[in-house]
Design a protein around this ligand. Structure first.
Ligand SMILES: NC(=O)c1ccc[n+]([C@@H]2O[C@H](COP(=O)([O-])OP(=O)(O)OC[C@H]3O[C@@H](n4cnc5c(N)ncnc54)[C@H](O)[C@@H]3O)[C@@H](O)[C@H]2O)c1
Length: 576
């Protein structure tokens, strides 16, 4: 075995041997195996570390990134360390002035622990250096509150709305929407001259440095987002600034689908203005997170400020909102658009989850309010970042079993539980989709001219640092791939077949009866000659071995290994 290991460290003596699982196994000590096969589990050799030739991916970028305009900092997500990191340049500033102002108006102390994580906060002084001439388009719930609060913080704001009644109401010092605290704030802002409204785009933009687009983005009948209002406003802004040489920044505050700013707003704006994005025209995405009914308090105490755009555009937005006491996240424009949808979808999911459980618990004579009161006390796993990292499917001995148990109780009590059902369904869907991606890459004649059907599955248990194989999605994946005739080689740092017992052993015997033929105790050996490496392990040695082996396709199910794995040619994330 030692000789064999020496021969396979980082290279592949039997690359041309495509004999699959039935191919002669290299000589070495057998493991005495609970499945009746092998002997002990020997110490594994670690794979070679990344060579100096590890380089950034050029060819496997997502298609949309190939056409990136140079002005956009967005590139493939794995290249984005520069612009995705939290902007901490304002760290250490005091928010005392803002807090005092809010306190005087009964707005202070809004610190909902559900919406903030202290570690993610960045303090600001109020950034009073840059007061901005803002034109705000759309005096609805978001626009009126935003215009008023910006004016209250000293910016000069002109609101533009096609609805003459709304513009007139604002100019009369009356808010066109009802929100707690808004009336007094708006009246004072109008009286001071910091806020006025108009129906005329030209009038609104006369002295403007920055446009804030807060128009509606309602659902179309087919569920798509109707961007008519956004298009119209952006076109009008472009046409108006075309006649001036004053630099201008356009910030989209409305909720728009990912890609809208890059694919709709920027082309329209460039065409209408005759400018190109650069020094005299900037575009940013900055979604709004306020809630109706508490919108003024929410405006001054947002969970965070999310900005998508080039550095100059992001700087303009940071200046505009510099008085906010919250963390600032400068991310890719598409990410900024998507964060808003992620938040709203999660909020909807939380409501549905709590209500769905309550419908079942009521039938079981369980006090669901008491249950959820306790449930939310768990800040480690329940109300926390836990389980919210994109990655592979859940599994193990508890989650699938207990979900099935609840679904059974639902059936017995005539309670439909579509949210819980869907979480099992989407989990299974993910495993099938990953299997399909592996099969497609093996069959892809362009990337796999040798039609090499060898796949290295690096990680078999349901999660890192356990040998529990019960309901592991990796076991299901192996089962599918072996069933499709692929030459699967498995490596798992923790799983020792000699030590499997009880339900764990029975499960794997039923699902992978030939595990002993495909399980390798050396990661380099498992990788040897593989066309695809499927990495669910979070082990650094596994990442090093993949980097050394450089298989043509690397499918990362873990997302925890970072560079240099993520800079390999052929690297793909399961959901990124
Ligand atoms: N309402 C919320 O709680 C909330 C919270 C966060 C984000 N958002 C998002 O913010 C956006 C605005 O939401 P809202 O509830 O304030 O919408 P709204 O319908 O209340 O207001 C939109 C306003 O835009 C005006 N408008 C339409 N076309 C215009 C044009 N060409 N020029 C000037 N004004 C124009 C309308 O007359 C209207 O007053 C939406 O994308 C929404 O999804 C809403």
């Amino acid at each position: 075995m030692a000789a064999h290991r020496g021969a396979t460290a980082g290279r592949c003596p039997d690359f041309r041997d495509r004999g699959g699982a039935g191919a002669p196994r290299p000589a070495g000590p057998l493991r005495r195996h609970a499945l009746g096969w092998a002997a002990h589990r020997p110490t594994r050799a670690r794979g070679a570390t990344c060579g100096p030739d590890a380089r950034r991916c050029q060819r496997s970028c997502h298609p949309r990134h190939r056409s990136c305009h140079p002005r956009h900092r967005s590139c493939h997500p794995r290249h984005r360390g520069r612009n995705a990191t939290r902007d901490r340049r304002d760290a250490g500033r005091s928010g005392a002035a803002v807090r005092a102002w809010r306190c005087a108006r009964g707005l202070a102390h809004r610190r909902n622990p559900d919406r903030r994580t202290p570690r993610s906060r960045v303090h600001h002084t109020g950034n009073r250096g840059g007061l901005v001439n803002v034109t705000l388009f759309g005096l609805g719930y978001v626009g009126t509150v935003t215009a008023t609060c910006l004016a209250a913080r000293g910016h000069r704001v002109v609101g533009v709305d096609t609805d003459s009644g709304k513009a007139a109401a604002v100019n009369a010092g009356r808010p066109p929407v009802i929100e707690p605290g808004l009336e007094e704030l708006l009246a004072r802002a109008v009286e001071s001259g910091a806020l006025r409204a108009t129906e005329s785009v030209r009038d609104g933009l006369a002295d403007s440095d920055l446009s804030l687009v807060c128009v509606g983005t309602p659902s179309a009948t087919n569920g798509s987002t109707d961007l008519v209002q956004v298009r119209r406003v952006v076109g009008e802004i472009g046409a108006t600034i075309a006649t001036s040489d004053r630099p201008h920044t356009v910030v989209i505050r409305s909720t728009v689908p990912p890609g809208t700013v890059d694919d709709v707003v920027v082309p329209l704006l460039e065409q209408a203005s005759g400018r190109t994005i650069g020094s005299d025209l900037q575009v940013a995405m900055c979604p709004e997170f306020l809630r109706e009914g508490s919108s003024v308090a929410d405006f001054f105490g947002p969970p965070f400020l999310v900005i998508g755009g080039a550095p100059a555009a992001a700087a303009a937005v940071r200046e505009l909102f510099g008085f906010l006491d919250c963390s600032v996240h400068v991310v890719e424009t598409r990410s900024a658009e998507s964060v808003k949808y992620a938040c709203n979808a999660f909020h909807a999911l939380k409501v549905s989850f709590a209500n769905e459980l309550s419908r079942l618990y009521r039938m079981l004579d369980v006090d669901s309010r008491q249950v959820m009161d306790v449930f939310v006390q768990d800040r480690q796993l329940n109300i926390s970042p836990a389980y919210l990292r994109p990655g592979f499917a859940f599994g193990g001995s508890c989650l699938p079993k207990d979900l099935r148990s609840l679904l059974y109780l639902g059936r017995m009590n005539n309670v439909d539980l579509p949210v819980l059902e869907a979480s099992l369904a989407t989990n299974e869907m993910l495993v099938r989709e990953v299997a399909d991606r592996i099969l497609a890459s093996v069959d892809d004649a362009a990337t796999n001219p040798a039609h090499n059907r060898r796949v290295a599955l690096l990680g078999l248990s349901f999660k890192h640092n356990t040998d529990d194989l019960r309901e592991s999605p990796n076991v299901t994946l192996a089962e599918i791939l072996i069933g499709k005739g692929l030459d699967v080689r498995i490596y798992d740092q923790v799983v020792n077949p000699a030590q499997l017992s009880g339900a764990n052993l029975r499960y794997v015997q039923a699902r992978l009866p030939h595990l002993q033929k495909v399980l390798h105790d050396d990661v380099a050996e498992a990788l040897c000659g593989a066309h695809v490496a499927v990495v669910s392990s979070a082990d650094r040695a596994v990442a090093d071995a993949v980097v050394a082996a450089k298989p043509p396709v690397v499918l990362d199910l873990s997302g925890r290994l970072g560079a240099p794995l993520e800079t390999l040619d052929g690297y793909q994330g399961v959901g990124w």
